[in-house]
Design a protein around this ligand. Structure first.
Ligand code: ATP
Ligand code: MG
Length: 441
């Protein structure tokens, strides 16, 4: 049959594009992928096939091929999904030093519409246009590189935490009440009740740390803030860690060792991707700089930026910080009033709490701290933050049964991927981003 929609039949891939090397000289292979380009020159048709590993060249010679094959090649459309059966031939100029000489080609599907942009082209399209047709956008080498880096970073994160003896948990994303204050929640109808999408697994991971001692979760967090920034999404991926019998100092060390491990892993497993993205990841050498909130206020004031004590750091203040403390660093010991209710005030100065933000330049990557572990203090902090302890009764009651000292953090994984891949917009680092303007695809 000619044209599109041929069957796979009994064809199965024998190797990937990158396996087509001189060592396979003379061997018969079956390869599959998308036709990135088709070009005729001097009686030879050059096909470039792209699969999950890379690209491979196939050449069809006019004077050495069957009429059926030549006719098939003439009808091939760029971007079609095809299978090629053929033999491998060494050729210096081809990618990986070899090409496939087809004996048969099957067209499994072909585009029925013109692609709105050429994923293999050099012109960079605007992000909105690309996100509207994300599948096509993901064919771009840059997009491919970002999500391969993301996958390796995710795996390295899991590997590290498992290696440290943490167990991975999954907590509900449909919840009854807020954990970070009431304003930024997405409400939903849960049968006949009102419920919300979870802003963070905070209270669940604290309960679990009381039993399993070392837990982590990698999952979605939902924030209903009305923003339009390059660093916020309505749905983000968070790496959450909680550990018993430690303080914020210990979990900061854990975090910097984890980032160091992930960078090492990327440098060894993602050389091609990092070079496509033109980024260099410097190895991390813990301990990172730890600057107190009070010090930050002093140094930014010297630079002419005033922040009222107790306020969060403004964008101009963070800009100054990113200039003074480049790269990864911690800002520690925040005012208790500026942080969530579950953070533990310092015993020698309860105006401050045992807390930190983990930064890369002016980007906040993670927040964490030691937690309050007794009911009376926690209820008081809930009231001080203008929340109702009654809505937290399901959580507060666990404190009646014994809670160890514990600490932890939540790391915005999409923001970390931004840093690793050097992208400016968080939407580049998320496959199908959600923001106030975008709910599809
Ligand atoms: P920000 O001040 O940047 O809005 P936050 O302090 O409200 O962040 P936390 O509640 O501390 O955020 O959440 C822990 C981490 O999760 C943050 O450090 C950040 O990396 C990530 N994060 C939080 N909100 C978002 C969001 N809307 N989009 C993407 N990542 C987020
Ligand atoms: Mg924070």
């Amino acid at each position: 049959m000619l044209g599109a929609d041929e069957e796979l039949g009994d064809w199965r891939r024998t190797c990937y594009s990158t396996d087509v090397t001189p060592e396979l000289e003379g061997k018969d292979v079956i390869i599959f992928g998308r036709l990135a380009s088709v070009r005729e020159q001097g009686g030879i048709t050059f096909l470039v096939l792209q699969d999950m590993k890379g690209i491979v060249q196939a050449t069809v010679h006019k004077d050495r091929s069957t009429p059926a094959l030549l006719e098939k090649v003439k009808s091939l459309k760029q971007y079609s999904l095809i299978g090629i059966k053929g033999s491998v031939k060494s050729i210096l100029k081809a990618p990986h030093g070899a090409e496939v000489v087809p004996s048969e080609i099957r067209v499994l599907d072909e585009p029925r519409k013109r692609l709105p942009f050429d994923p293999y082209g050099r012109t960079e399209q605007g992000i909105d246009k690309r996100l509207d047709l994300r599948m096509v956008d993901l064919l771009r080498p840059r997009s491919q590189a970002i999500f391969r880096v993301r996958s390796v970073a995710l795996n390295a994160t899991r590997e590290f935490l498992h290696g440290e003896g943490f167990i991975e948990v999954n907590t509900p994303k449909i919840i009854a009440s807020a954990t970070e204050g009431g304003s930024a929640l997405f409400p939903l109808l849960y049968y006949d009740k009102e419920a919300f999408l979870a802003q963070s697994p905070q209270l669940f991971k604290e309960q679990l740390a009381c039993v399993f001692e070392k837990v982590f979760e990698i999952g979605s967090i939902f924030r209903a803030e009305q923003f339009r920034t390059l660093k916020h999404l309505s749905e983000a991926t968070s790496v959450d860690v909680e550990q018993a019998y430690v303080t914020y100092r210990d979990v900061m060390e854990l975090l910097e060792r984890m980032i160091s491990h992930v960078i090492e892993s990327l440098n060894s497993k993602c050389k091609d991707e990092l070079s496509t993205l033109q980024v260099r990841l410097e190895p991390l050498k813990p301990p990172l700089k730890r600057i107190t909130y009070d010090e930050v206020l002093k140094v930014v004031e010297k630079e002419g930026v005033k922040v009222e004590w107790g306020e969060d750091l403004s964008t101009p203040a963070l800009k100054v910080c990113s200039r003074l403390f480049q790269g990864y660093h911690f800002i520690i010991d925040w005012p208790t009033s500026s942080k969530a209710f579950y953070l533990k005030p310092k015993s020698d100065n309860p105006e401050l709490c045992e807390s930190f933000d983990f930064m890369y330049g002016s980007v906040e990557l993670a927040s964490g701290g030691s937690r309050i572990s007794n009911r009376k203090d926690l209820s008081r902090r809930i009231r001080e933050q203008g929340l109702n302890p009654k809505s937290f009764e399901y959580h507060l009651r666990m404190f009646d049964y014994g809670v160890p000292p514990h600490a932890g953090w939540g790391l915005g994984f999409d923001r970390l991927v931004m840093v690793f891949t050097g992208v400016e917009n968080i939407r580049e680092a998320v496959l199908f981003p959600r923001d106030p303007q975008r709910l599809t695809p």
